[in-house]
Design a protein around this ligand. Structure first.
Ligand SMILES: Cc1cc2nc3c(=O)[nH]c(=O)nc-3n(C[C@H](O)[C@H](O)[C@H](O)COP(=O)(O)OP(=O)(O)OC[C@H]3O[C@@H](n4cnc5c(N)ncnc54)[C@H](O)[C@@H]3O)c2cc1C
Length: 404
């Protein structure tokens, strides 16, 4: 089949690559001049296979007033005259039940495990160099209460196949000695997950596209999908800024910008952008770099050592749609590095970035065929797109093969 994949973020690249592996004739297009320049550019770099708990949960609901009202909070809400924001917000509040959080965790863990297996297979078959490392992840809990909540989640996830250990402060320091230099950090303990991994998302997109092209796939950059030519439920072509592109099937993988595109076909998607930021800073010459990924739950900040650099990602802003990076957000992340790893990084000129997480209210992505049509969706991966890309590409690939 000829399949046109719209959007070359980590989701579209993985989908296109998987479809080409299955023998389809794939055409991947993106409005940018290269792959991976959207939300997949400089995210937290964590292949976070065991940390998939949906954002909507009873604990989030309880903590929401404090999160939204405290100054300097990592979570912000910018109210807008936009019915989509309020509809999404109501669906999010409804998703904060214990039952939905449990169901979402199980679904996401299953997809994450499939993703791990598939990415490992792809890496065995291809020579990719996206800085992949199985370096383990340490989640630092600021208070005894947050440690207890994590302990409960670890017990729950153990029944779903996750291997995680709850550690004292001393044991955390043994796992990641680079934290020794930050004695003033307020934390009560942590959770260690040995088999968590990291990788540079932008470089992974480049690797997947190179492999796609090697197997005969076609790519077009600087081409914006604008609408569709359809006959009843069937789409014959996508209308782009460079003319029409025909195919037997179309995959929408346009990340946070999928909503207006899907609306051209009358498809309403409950996806709303949640803005986040990252900085990337070099380790100082001679510094003993940290080995593990660290998530500081108190600051809601992740730290991933990527080669000679430290990637730091944080914050969630609902309703902030631009990609500007306010100086106070940068300062907060720079301070977090200075306090967590004093003297380890050169903080003079951080590379700053903002991205929009394409979030569903339940945190579960939308992967599958749109009704009886030849249009498929692979969208809404929120805070977990890098982690879930391979798994959701495989899930979509199975549906295309079975149904057409
Ligand atoms: C601060 C931050 C930290 C994060 N950390 C992590 C992490 O550690 N681990 C993790 O797993 N996930 C993380 N995420 C989430 C992850 O980055 C996203 O889930 C993922 O990048 C989404 O990928 P995507 O391919 O759906 O979207 P994108 O990467 O945005 O790709 C969509 C592509 O579609 C193109 N496009 C859009 N509309 C059109 C159109 N009409 N025509 C043609 N092309 C179009 C865009 O140009 C873009 O290239 C983080 C996100 C943020 C913001």
């Amino acid at each position: 089949m000829k399949v046109c994949v719209i959007g070359a973020g980590v989701i579209g690249c993985a989908t296109a690559y998987e479809l080409a592996r299955k023998g389809h004739d794939v055409h991947l297009l993106d409005s940018e001049q290269a792959p991976g320049l959207g939300t997949s550019y400089a995210n937290g770099a964590q292949l976070s296979y065991s940390y998939v708990e949906p954002f909507a949960s009873p604990a989030t609901l309880r903590g929401l007033p404090k999160m939204l009202l405290s100054r300097g909070s990592a979570v912000r809400f910018h109210p807008r005259w936009d019915w989509r924001q309020w509809a999404w917000g109501l669906q999010f509040l409804r998703a904060c039940s214990a039952r939905q959080a449990l169901q979402g965790t199980a679904q996401l863990l299953q997809m994450a495990q499939a993703s791990r297996a598939m990415l490992e297979q792809w890496m065995r078959e291809e020579r990719w160099s996206f800085g992949f490392e199985e370096n383990g992840k340490l989640v630092l809990c600021p208070t005894p209460e947050s440690l207890r909540l994590q302990e409960r989640q670890v017990a729950l996830q153990a029944a779903m196949g996750c291997r995680q250990e709850v550690l004292s402060v001393r044991e955390c320091l043994e796992k990641e000695p680079a934290l020794q230099s930050a004695p003033g950090l307020p934390w009560a303990g942590g959770v260690w997950t040995r088999d968590e991994c990291i990788g540079d998302p932008h470089r992974l997109c480049g690797d997947m596209v190179a492999s796609l092209q090697k197997s005969g796939g076609q790519v077009s950059w600087g081409v914006r999908a604008m609408s569709f030519c359809r006959r009843g439920e069937r789409v014959d072509a996508v209308v782009t800024s460079e003319g029409e592109i025909g195919a037997d099937a179309f995959v929408m993988a346009a990340g946070p910008r999928v909503v207006p595109l899907a609306a051209k076909l009358g498809i309403y998607l409950p996806i709303y952008p949640i803005k986040g930021y990252s900085i990337t800073v070099p380790f100082r010459a001679g510094a003993v770099r940290p080995h593990a990924s660290v998530t500081d739950l108190g600051r809601k900040t992740v730290f991933a050592p990527l080669g000679e650099q430290l990637r730091v990602a944080a914050m969630a802003e609902v309703g902030a749609t631009g990609l500007d990076v306010p100086p106070d957000r940068v300062r907060t992340m720079v301070d977090a590095v200075a306090q967590t790893y004093p003297g380890l990084c050169d903080l003079e000129a951080p590379a700053v970035w903002a991205g929009l997480r394409p979030a569903t209210p339940t945190s579960v992505p939308i992967v599958g065929r749109w009704r009886g049509s030849n249009v498929y969706l692979n969208v809404g991966h929120g805070a977990l797109g890098l982690t879930l890309a391979a798994g959701s590409a495989v899930a979509l690939g199975l549906q295309i093969s079975v149904t057409d």
